[in-house]
Design a protein. Sequence first.
Length: 310
Amino acid sequence: MRGYRSSDEFQILKVWNESLPYDPIDFRIFRRKVLLDPNFDPNWFLVAEVDGQIVGFCLCLIRRVPMEKIGTEPERGWITAFAVHPKWRRKGVGTAILERAMELFCNANRTEVLISPYTPNYFVPGVDERNYTEGLDFLLKRDFEIVARPISMDANIVLFDYLTYAEREQKLKEQGIEIRNLQPQEIPDLMEFLKANMPGDWVRHARDLLMDITKGLGDYDQFVIALNKGEIVGYCQFEGEHFGPYGVRRDMQGRGIGTVLMAKCLETMKRKGHHNAWVLWTSDETAQKVYSRFGFKETRRFAILRKQLD
């Protein structure tokens, strides 16, 4: 058992993709979401090696750099990727890796470990209940508990017709609420709205997308905003076929603003040639019902796991 070395990259990717076939990654994603993560420490990327062959790994993280709006979360640690090659399972490898991981977290004075809602660079929200039953059982037998069960949803938008929502948009307009695409000069207003009303990772996500747009890697119509008498009270965004996040200021909810935001955003996605839209993670039952009305269907269900440490 040892920490990650730069020479491990090829073998790690091979074990990753053969062990986690529903969540494969390439070198580009590995470097961006693992090696360049601000909290990455090679000594916390545990590697199990037998005779020069990597047979398993566990990516452990604690916040070393504060996250927007939530700080360093000093009581918490995360495991965002954990795998043992199928040929080496039931030989004690997974148990040895996990025990070493718990030692790291305990020595860092963590009181709980989560799998795996870590932002900004999680891969999936948790353990896929249907496709990784063996891994889920392994963790449950080692004192992890399920604390949430978010789902992924997908929709085909080829036949989406925005005209069915035009009347709702008109009613909002009569109330002084306008739904339209973001204008470049409104970036400060959007960021102020997000910082005041949305989770820290949503603020980061929007900022990253806006930075790409300023570099010519996207368009401002990837953001749809709701304005109440000129003040931003809701927004929705997309990147490629990835829909969301989207949200409405709490005191403005219940008026149908979110529905029209979503419709306008899907209309823009369709106009740009996208045939599908997908949401990686939603745990909100109300949001799930809204998604369902737009043809989104559950594709995966995850178990977010937590282990309390002494």
